[in-house]
Design a protein around this ligand. Structure first.
Ligand SMILES: C[S@@+](CC[C@H](N)C(=O)[O-])C[C@H]1O[C@@H](n2cnc3c(N)ncnc32)[C@H](O)[C@@H]1O
Length: 272
């Protein structure tokens, strides 16, 4: 069946009440279904994000672990990640963390502009229910949603410490603010697999300086643990978790060893 995506069904007044009847008619006669795509209409941004995430998942194709997103909003990026996870060879679960009450209070590390949005509780209208609807709208079936996708509602400081998934192959942070980034990294970095990736939605954006500050501070305390890379299709930045072995140290059996520096970029090389 062909799906006809309509950006906003409110522009089609007949859709509100009779959508199902009309759709049934269209499905049976023309094999066409009108879908309310809202924000999910295909756009250049959406396609770039799809390619960006597809490349990241290709880089971690041999890294076991789940895909986690902190900052779900209406589920735009989660929908892309869901589609990619569904069609991936590796069986992974997908996690989405969000307050579903909008952004939390900003801190002094955030810019006046981003603080203003936070104080207005930007994204406060997004609900888990709407996200599930949107994930279904892109073609993720109920069985997949129920068995592989977990949406966790609450503030990161309360939900992330008890993250119950496996190691993380790909962590996507799209949480705008300094504290939100910091809390995410503090809680989930220890779960990121060697060769795993942490991708940032706002690192490169001047409007959300708290994101970059939190990331830079966090990894400044962990020298040599990452390689920071830039997407080939957008300005997004991401880090690959490196294996760290000190040049000389004590191994697990207490014997002094001359260890190799086996820090490596993700198995599949750089992604410039
Ligand atoms: C930019 S939106 C996410 C957009 C989404 N990834 C997309 O592609 O449409 C940021 C989201 O992060 C959530 N968020 C930010 N900080 C949070 C925190 N500390 N705890 C819980 N949710 C948080 C907000 O509720 C908001 O929905």
């Amino acid at each position: 069946m062909v799906k006809l995506w309509v950006r906003d069904v409110s522009v089609l007044p007949f859709m509100s009440k009779s959508a199902r009847v009309i759709n049934n008619l269209l499905i049976s006669t023309a094999g066409v279904k009108i879908v309310n795509a809202n924000e999910f209409a295909v756009s250049g941004v959406w396609i770039n994000r799809l390619i960006h995430f597809a490349k990241l998942l290709e880089m971690v194709k041999d890294v076991e672990g789940d895909v986690v997103e902190c900052g779900v909003g209406w589920g735009k990026s989660l929908a892309i990640l869901g589609l990619l996870v569904k069609h991936s060879d590796m069986s992974r679960n997908l996690w989405g963390f969000d307050s579903f009450e909008g952004l939390p209070h900003p801190t002094d590390e955030d810019s006046p502009e981003s603080s203003r949005y936070a104080k207005q509780r930007m994204f406060g209208e997004a609900t888990e229910r709407a996200v599930v609807t949107n994930l279904s709208a892109v073609g993720l079936d109920d069985e997949f949603l129920q068995s592989r996708v977990s949406l966790v509602k609450g503030w990161f400081s309360e939900t992330l410490p008890s993250y119950g998934g496996s190691t993380i192959a790909l962590l996507h942070i799209d949480a705008d603010l300094y504290e939100s980034y910091k809390t995410t990294l503090e809680n989930l970095w220890p779960k990121v697999a060697i060769g795993g990736i942490v991708a940032f939605d706002e690192y490169h954006l001047r409007m959300w300086p708290g994101a970059k500050k939190a990331v830079d501070e966090f990894f400044a305390d962990r020298p040599g643990s990452i390689e920071m890379l830039k997407s080939t299709v957008s300005s997004h930045r991401y880090v690959v978790r490196l294996r760290r072995v000190s040049l000389s140290g004590i191994n697990s059996s207490g014997r002094e060893e001359q260890a190799l520096d086996v820090a490596h970029t993700a198995v599949h090389g750089r992604h410039h």
